[in-house]
Design a protein around this ligand. Structure first.
Ligand SMILES: [Ca+2]
Length: 973
């Protein structure tokens, strides 16, 4: 016991040391067998920093501290029978690290690399690697350090691919300095993990597939399922052999797959043109399978996903099977069983056959599933996609239930990142929402790639990481590593790739992740815009503009990423990203110029933005969904607020503005298209006088004219030459309206007598062609104290938020108090409901309290559910505005506070009523600006035996629904 305790401590310390590098390697608690050597000790963090990040994230890594230097010579000793691909890979790694001479027998020279066999085993033992124990197939051990005075790296693996995965890890450990001293014990969390090429669209080219296999080897995937949606030779033309060129490609693909320890699998979907009951057709199918075997395919899948239950392709099937789901299941099972028997007889080395049934995405057992489960040979696996074709989440429970329904292990065929169903999108976000149990509990986990092969590697990298180490998986870290991997060390490309993937990150799996890196920059930009802090504005604008510049430059920066393939594959998205970047820069320039008061520069940027936005909306692809377009919309809206173009009374597009009657005007803003026209001048129509020339227009198109409260009933732009200026907007700023608009965040609010201050906001909107300065004043009645800032400045075109703090001192009687708030001639009244301090237990939940209601939507939502203190249960009224919920308290109380927890169906307007007898009611509080969620209502209601929440207006078209109501008595002094 003591020893075990020490081991755990040592492992925990080592893990802590390297967690910063690996983003926190998963503690080895889930390890089969002994995860850590007993002698492991913590090292100092600096030397541990020499361990580079490793992907997929290993199950356990222990940093030893030192570094094993690599020179020009090394010795590689491979045990007899060692996997030649692992040995070849090791030599490539050493060559890339600068080793020129590799000796292949001891003593040799330079550090020694021991691959498998007793020699590696002894060195691993000497380097304090844990014994092999019950390391699963595909697992490996890797250790580096000094053995008997010689720099040594030792590796061994289980199964025929473990050693290869170990060398893939070693590849990442080798840096310019050498190999860090390290002990890795690692194994796959999913036995079969890989990629499906199954999309509809242009299938990958042979070269793309070859590269994908190398990528799969690097990321420790071991299954590639060939199933293009548009390959006729695996569908309608399944009987026919592939043409010679494709046969040669399959052979090459199979060989390349072997090198990468990937099993080449082939899926056939014959049912659209097959007589399922016909032995001749079954023989033909088996012949095709034999032919594919001869080309190097080692795993097969039968697909029945798009099959009708009533249409057969020969009369014989109708007679043999009948019709309906169970008949179809029998037919599918018959074919699958025959193929499985054939494989077992003819190709005993084949992997287990899998079948994608017609009902591959449903929930739980069905007639079809039951019939298939009963008929299908036990050794056959069944494919499913989770519950739903593209499910947001897949849970271990769903997997277990589906496994139960089919009575066998499942091949999880996840439809992410495939995008053939959403052709305006590319899905570049990380793989998320799958329980670790889905990986470990599936016979295989295959994710369906996009047509865009190298772009697919971003999500596929993360899925491979998840499949290898599901419990240690951290999507964001994995995603960043995927971007690093694809960028291949090019920092400018990496930045652009972050922009591309960051703005194409959302999907059904994670709808809220779009442009996540950009949104805080936008938020800060908007926040500072409403302030008068010019420096903060510049900083926020610079940060956002830089991010937009990366987007604009992305096509150039990604020119040679993945050998140039990436940019070619995602051209429409990349170009759209670039346009958004360019438009974003212009929008920032426009708004910043406005903040500086430089109307001409802002107008120039605004005009430059127009063609960019037109090109953006002409594109059929979606980038930065819900974020980038929304940013530009808001920028335009704020710009129009600043220029005044959106003001009532502004002329849009015409050269004359007629007012309803004579009004005093302080200034006029004119926006015209620059160039190609004669400038023209501004005129005002003065009653009793006629048109008066006011000012010339600027050639740049932006003119703001101060007219000193001139009373006019019309304004116009008059040409100076033969070609009249094209007027975009003509904006009068009136002297007879308040300089600022004023709105209260809340018109009513409760404040506890003698309690903490009530805080609310006043929003001020500038209504002048310049910033508006003034003082917000509050006329507090006796017994109420109000604090507001001394001076307030509202920048032009923006809305400023001014905090208001209300305090109700100890001796103030409870009741409602009106606090008029005024700014620049505008006034609004805040109603403060002063209520006494409350305390004690929740009266609603006291024993003896009884809830009732005017009605209940169904028996699932009883009145009592709002009195149980349980946030998961609720009362719900039938549809309609007039409904109430009430509680009869156990004994009369002086109620001082009611707390409501609304469901989405809340009341915007409601009353709190009280009664001593349940007959005569009295309204203790009225709320007319209800906002749902948790609402606290203060009151002071003596002798309350009955407390009622009466709805007046609904927020939704449904009824009212309350999770919980609480009530508290006025506290004793
Ligand atoms: Ca409840």
């Amino acid at each position: 016991m003591r020893l075990a305790g020490r081991r755990r401590t040592a492992a925990a310390l080592a893990v802590a040391v390297i967690s910063g590098l690996l983003g926190g390697a998963q503690p080895a608690a889930a390890a089969p067998g002994d995860p850590a050597s007993p002698a492991g000790t913590a090292r100092d963090p600096e030397s541990a920093a020499a361990v580079p990040p490793l992907w997929p994230r290993p199950q356990s890594v222990r940093a030893g501290g030192g570094v094993l230097p690599l020179g020009h010579e090394a010795t590689v000793v491979a045990a007899p029978g060692t996997d030649p691909y692992a040995a070849a890979l090791l030599k490539d790694v050493l060559r890339d690290a600068g080793v020129r001479t590799v000796h292949d027998a001891l003593p040799g020279r330079g550090p020694v690399f021991l691959l498998g066999g007793p020699g590696a085993g002894r060195a691993l033992h000497a380097l304090r690697a844990a014994e092999t124990g019950d390391l699963p197939r595909g697992g490996y051990r890797l250790a580096s350090g000094e053995v008997a005075g010689r720099a040594t790296v030792a590796l061994d693996g289980t199964g025929d691919d473990g050693l290869f995965h170990g060398v893939q890890t070693l590849r990442q450990l080798v840096t310019g300095d050498g190999v860090p001293h390290v002990v890795v014990r690692d194994w796959p969390g999913t036995a079969v993990r890989g990629t499906t090429e199954g999309f509809y669209g242009t299938p990958w080219t042979h070269r793309q597939r070859m590269e994908q296999l190398d990528f799969m080897g690097r990321t420790k995937q071991n299954r590639y399922l060939y199933a293009p949606g548009d390959d006729p030779y695996r569908q309608a033309m399944w009987r026919e052999a592939y043409p010679a060129v494709q046969r040669a490609e399959f052979r090459e693909l199979a060989e390349h797959a072997r090198r990468n320890h990937v099993v080449l699998a082939w899926a056939v979907a014959p049912a659209q043109s097959m007589c399922l009951s016909d032995d001749g057709d079954i023989r033909a199918l088996n012949r095709k399978i034999d032919a594919m075997w001869a080309l190097g395919v080692r795993a097969f899948q039968l697909q029945f996903q798009d099959v009708s239950y009533s249409e057969w392709h020969c009369g014989k099937d109708a007679r043999a099977f009948g019709s309906g789901p169970a008949a179809a299941a029998k037919a599918h099972a018959r074919v699958a069983d025959a193929v499985a028997r054939h494989l077992a007889d003819r190709h005993p080395g084949a992997e287990q056959l899998s079948v994608v049934p017609t009902e591959y995405y449903q929930d739980g057992p069905t007639d079809y599933r039951r019939a298939l489960a009963a008929e299908l040979d036990d050794g056959i696996r069944v494919g499913w996609t989770g519950v739903g074709v593209v499910p947001r989440t897949i849970t271990g429970r769903e997997l277990a239930e589906t496994r139960e329904a089919f009575g066998r292990p499942l091949v999880t065929m996840d439809n992410y990142p495939v995008n053939d169903w959403a052709q305006d999108r590319i899905f570049l976000g990380p793989y998320t929402g799958r329980d670790p149990a889905v990986a470990g509990g599936s016979a295989a986990l295959l994710v369906n790639a996009m047509e865009q092969a190298s772009a697919s590697r971003i999500p596929l990298f993360t899925a491979a990481d998840f499949a290898w180490n599901p419990k240690g998986y951290r999507p964001q870290e994995s995603w960043r590593a995927a971007l690093d991997d694809l960028a291949g060390g090019d920092a400018r490309a990496r930045e652009a790739l972050g922009a591309l993937a960051g703005n194409d990150a959302s999907s059904i799996l994670s709808p809220d992740t779009e442009s996540a890196y950009l949104r805080p920059l936008m938020d800060e930009f908007w926040r500072t815009r409403a302030t008068t802090d010019a420096q903060a504005q510049e900083r926020a604008a610079d940060a956002l503009r830089s991010a937009f510049a990366v987007m604009r430059e992305a096509p150039g920066r990604l020119d040679s990423t993945a050998g140039g393939d990436l940019a070619d594959e995602v051209r429409p998205w990349l170009d759209q990203l670039s346009r958004y970047g360019h438009a974003g820069e212009k929008a920032v320039d426009m708004l910043l110029a406005q903040s500086r008061g430089d109307g001409q520069a802002a107008w120039d940027a605004s005009l430059a933005l127009e063609p960019l936005r037109e090109r953006l909306s002409a594109s059929r692809v979606t980038v930065g969904k819900g974020v980038l377009g929304a940013f530009l919309d808001r920028a335009e809206k704020e710009s129009r607020a600043w220029t005044g173009a959106d003001r009532a009374g502004a002329g849009k597009g015409g050269d004359t503005v007629r007012l309803a009657g004579p009004r005093p005007v302080t200034a006029v803003t004119t926006m015209t298209e620059p160039g190609h026209t004669s400038p023209g001048h501004l005129e005002g129509h003065v009653p009793g006088e006629g048109w008066r020339r006011l000012a010339p227009l600027s050639a740049g198109g932006w003119t703001q004219t101060d007219v000193k409260e001139l009373t006019v009933d019309a304004l116009r732009v008059a040409p100076d030459g033969p070609r009249p200026p094209a007027v975009r907007a003509l904006v009068p700023w009136f002297a007879d309206e308040p300089a600022a608009g004023l709105a209260l965040d809340r018109e009513q609010a409760g404040a506890e007598i003698g309690g903490a201050p009530l805080r609310t906001d006043v929003r001020l909107t500038a209504q002048r062609p310049g910033e508006v300065r003034g003082e917000l004043t509050a006329r507090a009645p006796a017994g109420i104290e109000v604090r507001v800032p001394q001076r307030t400045t509202v920048p032009r075109g923006t809305r400023a938020t001014v905090p208001v703090e209300v305090t109700v001192p100890e001796d103030t009687p409870s009741g409602e108090y009106r606090v008029p708030l005024a700014f620049a001639g505008q006034e609004s009244t805040l109603t403060v409901r002063a209520f006494p301090r409350t305390g004690g237990p929740d009266l609603v939940r006291a024993p003896g309290a009884k809830a009732s209601a005017s009605g209940e939507e169904t028996a699932d939502f009883p009145a009592s559910a709002a009195a149980d203190g349980d946030g998961a249960t609720r009362w719900s009224s039938p549809t309609g505005p007039d409904a109430w919920w009430q509680v009869e308290l156990a004994r009369p109380a002086r109620v001082g506070q009611v707390v409501l927890h609304w469901q989405d169906a809340y009341a915007t307007s409601y009353r709190v009523q009280v009664s001593s007898d349940g007959v005569t009611w009295h309204t203790a509080a009225t709320v007319t600006d209800g906002r749902g969620g948790r609402e606290t209502v203060g009151l002071d209601a003596k002798d309350t035996r009955f407390l009622r929440i009466r709805g007046d207006e609904r927020a939704t078209r449904f009824g009212y629904s309350l999770f919980t109501v609480e009530a508290y008595a006025v506290a004793d002094r």
